[in-house]
Design a protein around this ligand. Structure first.
Ligand SMILES: C[S@@+](CC[C@H](N)C(=O)[O-])C[C@H]1O[C@@H](n2cnc3c(N)ncnc32)[C@H](O)[C@@H]1O
Length: 372
């Protein structure tokens, strides 16, 4: 199948959305590990491209370097070594990639200083991902790692890669997937290795193809997995692409969900109103009021608290993450239940956050039902 060469063109809005999401996550991920006194961190950009588009808009490698530069004070203070691997298969792009990264480093003396102090190590590779990936696994297994898999198409979401990543709890990864291809070419031999149920994908409206892909990928994971996967659908014209974020640690999931809800405050999972929530804000004179995604989540949470299924802040936070929401959505509900004297707890706030449930300020706050 022919693929479009991004870099002979300018990045379109959807590509920029993807790159911003990549960068927003690096902005959260780097300081988290630097401040937790890790000695060695790894970032792999396996499909790095040349560094810029035709109009000099930054691609993933330059955005990663920018976020390393933004943390340089902390990196020196904590003496954390940041290792970055940029890989690009196409030789011409690979040469440009090195040239552009070097230019960026030359214009950021703090990065050069970090390289000279052995706190920044950049490894450039000109390999096919399929060959490189297994060679990088021993590094990924031993160090906190962030992986970008900005592929053309979908093929590297195959079990060979995804199920390998599932086994590594210290790894966060972000895939890009051309999900609409499945609707058009899903039955061709190229997509067979993904082992997806294409007829099921086709039964849904096209706008849900990425969400359904994610659902099917989740079903391939072992039953006891700690890995959580989240989608972010990106609409480009009449096609749907998307991000697949994966992480095993609740802190990572919390950070990703915060970045995706910042990007879309209505659904946190797409660059458009995927569930038509805009129309649900109005009262329909025939059908009454349909619940928006946030309202539905809040109603479910309320019911789970009142049924005794969720009894404390930790249960509530786990539920927030499992449903792909953010703490604020739950905090509003629990506060309101206390204000209306339906439940009580012995703190001023409901304490629903990563820090207060798993992190340094961990405290279990019990929610006691007073009346139903
Ligand atoms: C979607 S683009 C990535 C864009 C890049 N992340 C950026 O921000 O500009 C995919 C890139 O992967 C490269 N590529 C394609 N197949 C590859 C493979 N099997 N292994 C490594 N790189 C590959 C392409 O040449 C292309 O530059």
């Amino acid at each position: 199948m022919a693929t479009i060469d991004l870099h002979s063109k300018e990045f379109d809005e959807a590509t920029i959305t993807k790159l911003e999401l990549f960068e927003d996550y690096a902005k959260e991920w780097i300081p988290t590990f630097v401040m937790s006194n890790c000695t060695n961190l790894w970032i792999f950009d396996y499909f790095a491209g040349p560094g810029y588009d035709k109009n000099n808009v930054e691609g993933s490698p330059i955005r990663i370097l920018r976020q390393v530069a933004a943390q340089i004070g902390n990196i020196f203070r904590k003496q954390t070594r940041i290792n970055v691997c940029f890989n690009e298969y196409d030789e011409e792009k690979f040469n440009l990639l090195q040239q552009h990264c070097n230019q960026f480093i030359d214009s950021h003396p703090e990065l050069r200083r970090a390289i000279n102090s052995n706190l920044l190590n950049i490894a450039y590779r000109n390999c096919d991902f399929a060959t490189l990936f297994p060679k990088t696994l021993h590094v990924i297994r031993r160090n906190p790692s962030l992986l970008y898999l900005d592929q053309n198409g979908l093929k590297f979401l195959a079990d060979t890669y995804l199920l390998e990543l599932e086994k590594i709890p210290t790894t966060d990864f972000i895939y890009y997937a051309s999900s609409s291809y499945l609707l058009r070419f899903g039955n061709t031999p190229e997509f067979k290795s993904l082992a997806l149920d294409i007829s099921k994908l086709k039964k849904q409206p096209a706008k849900y193809v990425h969400r359904e892909l994610l659902y099917q990928l989740k079903n391939k994971l072992p039953k006891e997995t700690n890995l959580s996967l989240y989608p972010f659908t990106i609409k480009k014209g009449s096609n749907y692409y998307g991000i697949v974020f994966g992480a095993s640690h609740p802190r990572a999931v919390d950070k990703f969900l915060k970045t995706s809800w910042k990007r879309n405050e209505t659904n946190g999972a797409a660059n458009f109103d995927i569930d038509d929530d805009g129309s649900k804000l109005q009262l329909d004179i025939f059908r009454g009021k349909s619940l928006t995604k946030i309202e539905q989540f809040q109603q479910n949470l309320r019911n789970k608290i009142l049924s005794g299924e969720i009894t404390n802040n930790r249960d509530a936070f786990d539920y927030v993450l499992s449903q792909g929401h953010i703490s604020n959505h739950a905090t509003e509900v629990v506060r309101e239940l206390k204000r209306t004297r339906i439940i009580t707890y012995d703190k001023k706030q409901p304490y629903i956050s990563y820090e207060q449930t798993y992190g340094h300020n961990k405290q279990i706050v019990k929610y006691t039902i007073i009346r139903k």
